[in-house]
Write a protein that binds this ligand. Sequence first.
Ligand code: HMG
Ligand code: MG
Length: 307
Amino acid sequence: MTLPRRVKIVEVGPRDGLQNEAQIIPAAIKIELIERLADAGLSAIEVTSFVPAKWIPQMGDNDEVLRAVLASPQRKPGVAYPVLTPNLRGFDAALEAGATEVAIFGAASEAFSQKNINGSIAESLKRFDAVADAASALEIKVRGYVSCVVACPYEGAVDPAKTAWVAKKLYEMGCYEVSLGDTIGAGTPASIQRMIEACTKEVPVSKLAGHYHDTYGMAIANIYASLELGMAVFDSSIAGLGGCPYAPGASGNVATEDLLYLLQGLNIETGVDMDKLLAAGQFISHYLGRVPASKAANALLAGRYAA
Ligand code: HMG
Ligand code: MG
């Protein structure tokens, strides 16, 4: 199959990336990061999550951050700012802060569902149904996530048919896109392709996104394997920030800079400006006192040859 000509990058660094940082990051830093990412040309930026602060303390400023981003004079038209909402309580709070897009997040593994959202897969689907119904009545867009699409930190390998079943449920609920999360980054091109092939029996590939953590350094290979199957939406995190607090040892998502370098090399359009992206990555890495966890960013910032 020929590769897609255009790819949408969904930037998840401010949520998936920062949720894992132990030190509380001021709202003003998060807001500036999000504005820089929008200025770099990213058209979808996941801002925060409306979950209890006792579960994810870093997202305790959700209301302040979302309101500021939406009211900013620098707000770019056409940029989507989704937020995670695990239940109606979170949905109502997100709505109150002005959210126009939310994301519900389930799992293909029972043990991860229990640890991450304190309920079975069946219970979580009931909660999500309520959120999806409320959102649809208000014309709020809903994105769906499935975690542990190939492997679970507690249960090991996950059956592709189970992932496909949960993806189908979310799609049938009205999710405009279902993002397939390799939460612990254990997938390889073969297991990722098997999983996508199972999912595309239930959900069109144009409605699926790849959300690959890079724990084993496989994320870029997994993205290429997904492109080969026609997938054209990928989640990534600026400077490779992140992990999941309920998946011990998992590292961040694929770095947005690495993803962009790959896509530019394949002549695939994204609308994202590499220089501005690098500057956004430097901004947050400087604040956190570390170098970006992106090979492409570090090579480009050092002035190395770029193809
Ligand atoms: P729970 O403790 O079972 O909730 O948590 P509950 O319904 O029993 O309520 C307990 C208390 O929390 C009550 O307050 C509720 O009102 C309150 P109290 O009466 O004790 O004062 N509460 C809330 N407060 C604020 N916002 C809310 C909310 N809901 C209830 N939304 C719950 C269940 C689902 C809320 C919890 O387990 C949760 O929020 N989990 C989310 C954890 C999380 O954010 N994980 C990381 C994101 S997922 C991820 O990173 C994976 C992803 O990137 C894809 C991948 O990589 O695989 C998406
Ligand atoms: Mg994730």
